[in-house]
Design a protein around this ligand. Sequence first.
Ligand code: ZN
Length: 699
Amino acid sequence: MTITKILTVTAAIAIFSGFGCMAFAAGGGGVLTDPDAMEGKHFHPKGKMPSKFTVEKQNNLRQQMPFGDKKDFEEQKKGFIAAPNFKQIKAEAGHVAWDMGSYMWLLQGKDFDSIHPSLQRQAILNMNYGLYEVIPGIYQVRGFDLANISFIKSKTGWIVFDPLTAKETAKAALDLINDKLGKRPVVAVVYSHSHADHWGGVRGVVDEADVKSGKVKIIAPVGFMDHAVAENVYAGNAMNRRLFYQYGVLLPRSPFGHADQSIGKNVAAGNTGLIPPNVIITKDFEELTVDGIRMIFQNTPGTEAPAEMNTYFPQFKTFWAAENIVATIHNIYTLRGALVRDALEWSKQINVALYKFGQEAEVMFASHSWPRWGNARIQQVMRAQRDTYANLNNGVLFLANQGVTINQVHNVYEVPESLQKQWAVRSYHGSVEHNSRAVINRYLGYWDGNPTTLIPLSPEDSAPLYVEMMGGAAKIIARGKELYEQGKYLYAQEILNKLVYAEPGNQEAKDLLADVFEQIGYQQESPSVRNSFLAAALELRSGIPEGASPKTSGPDVVRAMTTELWLDFLGVRLNSKKAAGKQFKINLSTPDNGEKFVVELSNATLTNVEGFQADDADLSITINRSDLVQTMMGAVGFDEQIASGKAKLVGNRDAYEQLKTLLVHFDLGFEIMPGTGARDLTPEENTFKQEELGRTDGG
Ligand SMILES: [Zn+2]
């Protein structure tokens, strides 16, 4: 199979915020199954096997890490009821939305030296697939998407917790439980938080008319709608491009490529929709009884997501930890790009849950991973997670207060040994390295205090001087090879990276740096970090892959976006250089929802203010919000809205014509590593052209 073919059959593009987890699938082509993966063949002609240094490192880890502790495997399979008779779930658009079959090579009982042993363990645990009983009355379907979907058996139906990313996978899960346990109507849905892998599939389990009539309750934490839509709009295109790295969206699934995503295998690539909640939980703690099920909600804003809540079920003595406690330490900083999270607040909210519910809970389950049973076990996991987040925050600040900087802390900060030995708090999603730097970034920002790093040269500008001083490309390659042969990969990347920046056309240099990245990737416990190194290696070897799938952040999501957010994003899309010297004021009003804005271009900058109209506006535009949303989605051009009379313009139309010529569309195909061939993606590949406004985040 040629590399191009492999790569054109692509995976989904996930839009995650921090994939906090978060994620939003942009779904497109079929998901990749590489037949070579089963046989342990590398998918790339230039790919290398793990070096003797990598093999030795993995062997040592197999000796040192607590592999004798098999508790997770008992918990992961406990309560298994049935698996479906299929491994793939098709999207309505025809492509494969989900393919558990593409990871079956993990279940051969082999040790893969190209995968960190602890990550391989997690990757196998995440092969959970099918319907599971948590306790009588509470069930989960796992392995149908990045997250789990959970079902509480109420008096007359199901209460669904977190209906996955895609309509198709959520529907398949509902069909499975109805088939195995008897058909029941969905009477309520709970969105635990604002990341799309927890709500995007809602249309697969409920009909919006039943939500509007109040027959079905959709319950969500305070701030849900704002954060579900807003978290990733402004920097959305950059985040999507970086997902190629963090989520390895174009990496083949293989022992040498994508193996896992910490909190599940991957993200489903189907229809993502959003039905707004009709019940919002606003207090710190709030109790509701729905169809005979008592639920005590705990709002935990500022943790894994800006809007998130845990739930306690007193009649079952069962605690739902949302995504606050899963089988990994999570991202404080998510590599796709997102605001840095608050490790201390996260720890505190776990502590509150521990004292409020953890004293009597007999079962703990969550939106990813597998449940924990028995009060002692629950308290052990809660304490370990509480302490790991707190230690990260406090331990890093302890060092920062003694002068350790953001450029050093990842090499200095260490997780306490007693925590390192507990599987429940290994740093799969957020590595210790990138999370420790994140804590400094949160409190002190990116500057280390050394003026040299305050206004540094750009890497492409400093690199030629380094290469000249080091004696040229041949010397650097020779030394780079030596370091590679000695297994000193971090040193090798230091000098080869300079050469690649100085000579982006030097394929020998790019191939050698790719070899170095690959070994570093194989050695990583965190799949986010592993994927980033392996994706960069792939791009250095053969350019930015083809196959970014056409995505579909559905109309629901755009509909939920405020007009102000959309106007803000127009400001981001403005070509400021081209706008120099131009100015106008536009009054925009949307009568059906009573909103008014002044949109002003001045000083090559587009701003907006809500609630005002300018007396001296050049132009007034009136359009109903319900029509404007069609333009926001890219379904109907604004010119068409004018032609059909839906948009009415009064005044000087030049302002509108000018604005049109000043806005750019962002392209996903920009270069990250030098010399990897920035290219214009085809419309099919480019997931972002028309729908840049509708992305949200996860992870
Ligand atoms: Zn999630």
